[in-house]
Design a protein around this ligand. Structure first.
Ligand code: NDP
Length: 320
């Protein structure tokens, strides 16, 4: 079978398209024949070495396809079942091993491409809006990178929950943030989002700020936090936030958290609940996914280049 292999961390050129043996599922594991793979920023962090992986490794954290073989002790899955998963490494391949307890059965209304596009970014948007700070109707939230994959889904969920949403994006992506449903769209490459948010909220700030941009936005995100607000720092697309003085949280008694999806699909029940609700929203058309492009697995380096160059607006899929 074909797979992508990284033997040394670095630029997109380290993503090698090679022949490897089809792996055998062990106890509690499943071999999945992969149809579509979701490309995520975390794959870039693994490739560059920002997040450490033992070498060599096959990147990829999200995929959908069909069960090919099951290992010992796997009771509720059989060959041919349609499944998807997230947060399991090794998805950039034609076949991959996944623990059975991290697989989600796909409803008929969700095809493999949709599932591969939805699992990681969709469940992330879900846990941010429903669990990190459960958004209540009438609250005000600020969503950085509101035109990004997670961002545009989070905007839609926040609107479903009845929030007033400020969303930031760069100039060429402003229309996507607006389409997602932001009440106020701010070009953070030109305008001072802190000044706009504080003026529009009469100096009160927001109930929650969701920031995946990191280095370039964090300081002002913190300043946009109102009384006892939550600051969910969940990424660093612009670079890692430098060390800061925690006494700055004292101004409004802000709750700062740095969550990962893994913390919020910690039990099988939580994973299935999130995936079920996400697929319901997508199936009923309440939540709209944006697929930016589909790229053959062998051209994965192009997909990484586009992601890092800020060229993509929505999900990038690798197709087998
Ligand atoms: P996308 O690539 O879809 O969106 C990221 C957006 O960030 C871009 O569209 C871009 O929008 C904006 N951005 C701002 N500054 C930069 C920069 N310097 N370089 C690149 N993009 C920039 O990514 P995702 O939505 O999938 O992920 C966003 C972030 O969230 C990533 O850091 C990712 O690692 C993190 N993440 C965290 C998870 C968690 O559980 N903690 C789970 C999933 C993702 P614009 O040009 O409009 O500014």
């Amino acid at each position: 079978m074909k797979a992508i292999r990284v033997t040394a961390t670095g630029g997109p050129e380290v993503l090698q398209y090679i022949d490897v043996d089809v792996p055998e599922p062990g106890s509690g594991e499943v071999l999945v024949r992969i149809e579509a793979i979701g490309v995520n920023f975390i794959d870039v962090y693994h490739r560059t070495g920002l997040y450490k992986m033992p070498l060599p490794f096959t990147p990829g954290s999200e995929a959908a396809g069909t069960v090919e073989r099951v290992g010992a002790g796997v009771g509720d899955l059989k060959k041919g079942d349609r499944v998807a998963y997230a947060m399991v490494r090794g998805a950039y391949a034609e076949y991959a091993i996944a623990p059975a307890n991290l697989l989600v059965h796909l409803p008929d209304s969700i095809d493999s491409k949709t599932a591969a596009a939805a699992m990681l970014q969709g469940m992330t948007a879900h846990y941010l809006a429903m669990s990190v700070h459960p958004i209540a109707a009438g609250e005000t939230v600020l969503i950085q990178a509101a035109a990004g994959g997670v961002g545009a889904l989070l905007v839609q969920i926040a609107k479903m929950l009845g929030a007033r949403v400020f969303g930031t994006a760069s100039t060429k992506h402003l229309h996507i943030a607006a389409e997602a449903g932001c009440d106020v769209v701010i070009d953070y490459t030109k305008d001072d989002f802190e000044a706009i948010v504080m003026s529009e909220t009469d100096g009160k700030g927001c109930n929650a700020v969701y920031d995946s941009v990191g280095k370039t936005t964090f300081d002002k995100s913190l300043n946009c936090c109102g009384l006892r607000a939550t600051l969910g720092l969940f990424g660093q697309s612009s670079g890692v936030v430098p060390p800061f003085d925690p006494s700055r949280l004292a101004k409004n008694g802000v709750f700062l958290t740095r969550p990962s999806l893994a913390h919020y699909i910690h039990t099988r029940e939580e994973l299935l609940d999130r995936a079920r609700e996400l697929f319901e929203w997508i199936g009923s058309g309440r939540l709209k996914l944006r697929i930016d492009r589909e790229v053959p697995l062998r051209d994965v380096a192009d997909a990484h280049r586009a992601l890092e160059a800020r060229e993509t607006t929505g999900k990038v899929l690798l197709i087998n």
